[in-house]
Design a protein. Structure first.
Length: 433
């Protein structure tokens, strides 16, 4: 067993140690008083994905039974819910995805029915807007910004584009006969609200932005909506969606700055001094997905060159070994090294170039250097938020904790063994175009 697999299993041991007594639910951190939830971002749904990957890799004989127990508890929780967010991280889309993956692996109708209910509740909460549908919700991140009024949410992380990507995934899985129809309605509305600029198309996080935050990158910006448009074209063949994806990419790249031999796109346009995030959230590991998909869909070499240029920009900062302001003490799937490593493996698979797999190994090296191991349990004490560098926790979940880091290490180990195992999220491209 290689070092990466051993380390992944040690991280799994840490996750399992956080399981609540008598529950198929895990504490959010390793603090005794920490609570837990069922979400994809911090909670049980993210751990379910890791358990399914362990099962697929043949690394834990009880992993599937453990995932099913958690899925049953998630079903019970959802049976009492009539309204949840549109967010992939914490709302209906994340639950639909995790339950759908359980149904795919087990063939169990209760998990499939649960995923279908989540899809239908998500559509039920949508509003008919213009020529399509959208979601009007309390403004996200109110606890940070202080703005909490209701607005239409557009982005890939917590808004309509993310919901649309989940619907496209549901269509591919055959989960619901109307999933494609609904995703098209999402696309039509997003086309209507796109902001036209000489440099292309852009979408902000939400309508009537109450604070200055124009993010050209992936999670909360136009590149994420553009990625949804690219996937919608893949599903429908409608040229308008491909055109919109191209224009979104053109706009995003128009904001890029040269960094070394490559380039990077700033976190927001309003900052006087460019701040470059590097992870999946606002960095090359997110934005590069749009470039890769445009290359796959059009065959135009320029898009692959742009994806490569973003990686070169990332490496020019010294990452992953050097921690820049936008690459803080975080090693997870969302903001840190695991997310960068996952994108490096995607680049390796798409290009066949060994240098990208080397970058993934560099990320793993940093991840292991920064870990703590006790009683064969490996954990990471890190800061979830860049502007709170001293608020340190050892998290359990997928996007910000040990489950997601274990998933990357497992993916790397199985890739090295020639049998890659990875459950791709709705916002991740397939490893092979």
């Amino acid at each position: 067993m290689n070092r990466h697999m051993t380390s992944a299993l040690e991280a799994v041991n840490f996750v399992r140690a956080q399981k609540m007594d008598g529950r198929a639910k895990w504490r959010r951190t390793d603090e005794a008083e920490a609570g837990g939830d069922y979400s994809l971002y911090h909670g049980a749904c993210g751990v379910i994905l890791l358990l399914l990957e362990l099962h697929a890799a043949g690394q834990a004989p009880d992993a599937l039974a453990e995932a099913c127990s958690a899925g049953e508890e998630v079903l019970d929780y959802l049976s009492r819910k009539e309204r949840l967010s549109v967010s992939m991280s914490s709302g209906w889309p994340g639950y639909a995805f995790a339950l759908g993956e359980l149904a795919e692996v087990t063939g169990r109708e209760d998990f499939r029915a649960g995923a279908v209910r989540c899809l239908e509740k998500l559509r039920e909460q949508a509003s008919e807007l213009g020529g399509g549908i959208g979601w009007i919700e309390t403004a996200p991140f109110a606890e940070i910004t202080g703005f909490s009024g209701e607005r239409e949410i557009y982005d890939q992380s917590v808004g309509a584009a993310g919901a649309g990507l989940l619907m496209l995934h549901a269509h591919r899985r055959g989960l619901h006969p109307k999933a494609l129809e609904w995703s098209v309605a999402v696309g039509e509305r997003l086309l209507e609200v796109a902001e036209h600029d000489p440099d292309g198309l852009r979408w902000k996080l939400m309508s009537d932005m109450p604070f200055a935050f124009t993010a050209p990158n992936f999670a909360h910006g136009g590149a994420g909506v553009g990625y949804f448009m690219a996937q919608l074209f893949r599903a429908t063949g409608d040229q308008r969606y491909l055109d919109a994806a191209r224009e979104a990419a053109r706009y995003t790249l128009s904001r890029a700055k040269p960094v070394g031999e490559g380039k990077l796109v700033p976190h927001t346009e309003e900052a006087r001094t460019p701040l470059f995030y590097l992870g999946a959230c606002h960095g090359p590991a997110g934005t590069g997905r749009l470039m890769l998909e445009l290359h796959a869909l059009t065959g135009d070499q320029v898009w692959l060159d742009e994806a490569k240029a973003l990686v070169e920009g990332l490496k020019a900062t010294g990452a992953p070994h050097t921690r820049s302001k936008g690459y803080w003490n975080n090693f997870g799937q969302c903001c840190g090294d695991a997310g960068v490593g996952e994108f490096a493996l995607l680049m390796a698979a798409r290009t066949g170039e060994a240098a990208y797999e080397d970058l993934a190994r560099d990320c793993a090296e940093v991840i292991l250097e920064k870990s703590e191991v006790e009683d064969e349990r490996r954990r990471w004490v890190q800061a979830e938020h860049r502007d709170r560098p001293d608020f340190l926790q050892a998290q359990t979940g997928y996007m910000q904790g040990a489950a997601g880091i274990a998933s990357f290490l497992l993916h790397l180990a199985t890739t090295e063994a020639g049998r890659p195992v990875k459950i791709a999220m709705p916002d991740w491209p397939a490893m092979k175009a």
